[in-house]
Design a protein. Structure first.
Length: 121
């Protein structure tokens, strides 16, 4: 398990905090040099590993159907990202962002990353 380099608590320390429910949270916070909120968090957790900080669902302005349409447009037209952005803003969603389209194309349901797309003459 990888622990954040600036973490003040380790899994062993978190288990100790959980086991000391009879002491006041303020006293434990002073002893371990953390905040009372940190003590409360580890006392209420069942696991002592860090939870992911990634969002469960990435925010996007496009609906799922619009994302699928963008992926299909990219496959059929073989356009660079900036040109695809112009088309998406004009015909699909005017508030679409370049980063949002890139995220859609590189997501598991999007396209695999490609070095360069060349057209045959």
């Amino acid at each position: 398990m990888v622990i954040h380099p600036q973490a003040r608590t380790t899994p062993k320390l978190r288990a100790e905090i959980k086991a000391q429910r009879d002491r006041k949270q303020v006293d434990l916070a002073k002893q371990y040099n953390v905040t009372p909120q940190t003590i409360r968090k580890w006392q209420n957790r069942d696991e002592f590993t860090d939870k992911s900080h990634r969002p469960h669902r990435l925010q996007t302005k496009l609906s799922e159907h619009q994302e699928m349409l963008v992926v299909e447009l990219r496959k059929l037209l073989l356009l660079p990202l900036d040109d695809l952005l112009v088309i998406v803003r004009e015909f699909i969603h005017p508030e679409a962002t370049r980063s949002g389209i890139h995220r859609t194309l590189t997501s598991p349901w999007g396209l695999p990353p490609q070095r360069a797309v060349t057209r045959r003459k």
